[in-house]
Write a new protein. Structure first.
Length: 290
C-alpha cells in the first residue's frame, strides 16, 4: 500500500498530472508510479503484417517513455517507476491493475476544464481506490478543502462513505496545510423553496442542533461547517467558489447497470459542475451488495 497510481494518458491535457501527482505523493508520504498509456489504430496493415504492428507498438511506447523520463529528470524524480501500457481501454486497465497491485490513490488530469471525457466517467464509476481528478482552475489558488457529506442518511453505505470522506479529507488537509471545511446539503425541491412552504432558516438551525455531537467530534471551527438547503450540485459549486476550494472530497455510490443509468448518481451531477480538484472516494463494494 502507500502507492500512488499516476495516469499519464495518451492525449495532452491542460494539467500536468505527473508533476502534481508526484508532489501529492510526496506530501502524503506515498510512493509514486507512473502509467503511460498508448494506443493507435493502424488500419488493415496490422491484420496482414503482425510484425508491423509489433514494431509500431514498441516505437510509440518508447517515445512516450522517453518523454516522461525527460520530464522526471527536470522534476528531479528519476527514481519514479514508469510502466508503459498498450491499452485501448485506459479505465479498465487502471481500475483492475490499481486494486490488484495494492495502490491506494489514483491521480489523473482532466483534459478539458469544462467537461469530463468518457475515460474519466468510467474511472469514477468503476475505480475501487480513491481517485484524484486534477483540473486547471483559478480556484486552486485557494487554501481550502471542502468535504461533502450526507449527515441525514442512516443507510450503512452512506454512513461508511461519510467516514471515508472525513478520513481522507483530514489526511489531505494535514498534508497540504489547507483549511478543512465540511458541507452538508439538505435536499429540498426548488418548488417548495420558491413557494415559501418551508422555513429554510429553521431547517438549517434544527440540523445544527441535531448533528451537534457528530460535528463536534470533527473539531472544526464553526465558520468551517456549512449546512445549506437546495440541490447538492448547485450548493457545493457555490460553496467551492466562495471559499476557493482547492479540493472537493466526496463519496460515490457507483451505481451500475440499468439502475445506475436510470436513477443516476448524485456524485456524478456534482462532479460535472465542480471546477475544483476532486477526490472521489468509492463506496465499499460489500455494502453496495446489501
Amino acid at each position: 500500500m502507500d502507492k500512488v497510481f499516476i495516469i499519464s494518458p495518451r492525449e495532452e491535457s491542460h494539467t500536468d498530472a505527473i508533476a502534481a501527482g508526484i508532489d501529492l505523493a510526496n506530501v502524503l508520504g506515498k510512493r509514486a508510479e507512473i502509467f503511460a498509456y498508448s494506443f493507435e489504430y493502424f488500419g488493415s496493415a496490422e491484420y496482414y503484417n503482425a510484425s508491423f504492428a509489433a514494431v509500431a507498438h514498441k516505437h510509440i511506447m518508447k517515445q512516450r517513455e522517453a518523454k516522461i523520463e525527460a520530464q522526471l529528470k527536470v522534476l528531479q524524480a528519476k527514481d519514479v517507476p514508469i510502466h508503459s501500457v498498450w491499452s485501448k481501454d485506459l479505465s479498465e486497465h487502471a481500475c483492475n491493475h490499481s486494486i490488484r497491485h495494492g495502490f491506494d490513490l489514483m491521480v489523473k488530469a482532466v483534459h478539458h476544464a469544462e467537461h469530463y471525457l468518457p475515460a474519466d466517467w468510467n474511472l469514477i464509476r468503476h475505480v475501487q481506490i480513491p481517485l484524484m481528478l486534477l483540473t486547471d482552475n483559478p480556484l486552486h489558488k485557494g487554501n481550502a478543502i471542502m468535504m461533502a457529506v450526507d449527515l441525514g442518511s442512516d443507510k450503512p453505505l452512506k454512513m461508511q462513505l461519510n467516514q471515508s470522506v472525513i478520513k481522507h479529507g483530514k489526511a489531505l488537509a494535514k498534508a497540504t496545510g489547507c483549511q478543512l471545511h465540511l458541507a452538508f446539503v439538505i435536499r429540498v425541491p426548488k418548488v417548495l423553496r420558491d413557494m415559501d412552504l418551508i422555513n429554510t432558516s429553521t431547517l438549517v438551525k434544527d440540523a445544527h442542533q441535531k448533528y451537534q455531537q457528530q460535528l463536534a467530534q470533527l473539531e472544526l471551527e464553526p465558520d468551517c461547517i456549512h449546512i445549506t438547503i437546495g440541490e447538492p450540485d448547485l450548493c457545493l459549486y457555490e460553496l467551492s467558489c466562495r471559499f476557493k476550494a482547492r479540493y472537493l472530497v466526496l463519496g460515490a455510490c457507483q451505481r451500475h447497470g440499468i439502475f445506475g443509468y436510470v436513477i443516476g448518481n448524485t456524485a456524478e451531477s456534482i462532479i460535472g459542475r465542480i471546477r475544483s480538484n476532486v477526490l472521489v472516494i468509492p463506496a465499499d463494494r460489500s455494502l453496495c451488495l446489501t
